[in-house]
Write a protein that binds this ligand. Sequence first.
Ligand SMILES: NC(=O)c1ccc[n+]([C@@H]2O[C@H](COP(=O)([O-])OP(=O)(O)OC[C@H]3O[C@@H](n4cnc5c(N)ncnc54)[C@H](O)[C@@H]3O)[C@@H](O)[C@H]2O)c1
Length: 296
Amino acid sequence: MKNITVIGSGTMGNGIAHTFAQNGFNVSLVDISNEALQKALQTIAANLDRQLKKGTIDEAAKAATLANIKIYTDAYAGASDADLVVEAATENREIKLKLFKELSDLCKPEAILASNTSSISITEIAATTNRPDRVIGMHFMNPVPVMKLVEVIRGYSTTDEVTNSIMELSTRLGKSPVEVNDYPGFVANRILMPMINEAIYTLYECVAGVAEIDAVMKLGMAHLMGPLQLADFIGLDVCLAILNVLHKGFGNPKYAPCPLLVNMVMAGQLGVKSGAGFYQYAAGSKDLVVAKKFWN
Ligand SMILES: NC(=O)c1ccc[n+]([C@@H]2O[C@H](COP(=O)([O-])OP(=O)(O)OC[C@H]3O[C@@H](n4cnc5c(N)ncnc54)[C@H](O)[C@@H]3O)[C@@H](O)[C@H]2O)c1
């Protein structure tokens, strides 16, 4: 595998492109928004500068990584030569089903089509394509260049050959892949999202404030980040979309999203990417400024 196409250049897409490019792959980064692509290139350059400062890469590696990435707004130009496509577009079932149908028509027959979806069924995505046996979940964690885990999700029809090749590829990227089966939320989000939702309910029911809830989980459970701050980093719209998939997929009310989360998403308070969520952020920065007050 040499040519990798990443579809979607948002929070995850830019990190996935960065990681493949840094490991010597030719990366085509595709987005419907040219603005998102430009922002992604800036983010990748800034993150490479951070690695440079830390001494984990040198100037030559930074230049080589950037040279390995080409950007496209036209999926055909970006994906027709791909050996592997990693889709990281918006977490929306209709968008992904449409994208995979188009990708299966325009990619080489031997190309593997992977999705970075947090929760949408790989089996359902695969069924829209002409190669369900070559469709798989490749679920990277945020921030991609730093986090070790890749949750590798086998759809109902995914072959051993494709699964083994994605496990090996993830290892070549310096990641630690873990193979799981395709049920709503897979493993990571089936466990993480109910915890985040419960933290939001704890706030909604005035049991404690934002900073207090996060402090309990950081100090008491040795979590590096509290669940509300983590929700801001993931994106509250993404959290809501995943909870809706769990709720619908299992038909169990325990996954129903907290009404406060629903309200915040409707109000456009999406966390770091919108500048405000459970915390307020300085413009264009991930640096946490202040925990918001939800009640007196
Ligand atoms: N945010 C996280 O922490 C996280 C972690 C793991 C997995 N994921 C998953 O990764 C995927 C992307 O999430 P994100 O947080 O990067 O979203 P995001 O909103 O930051 O970015 C999504 C990008 O997809 C683009 N897009 C939408 N439709 C497109 C199309 N048809 N073709 C090309 N580009 C398109 C948008 O313009 C946008 O730039 C989702 O499936 C999400 O569930 C997210």
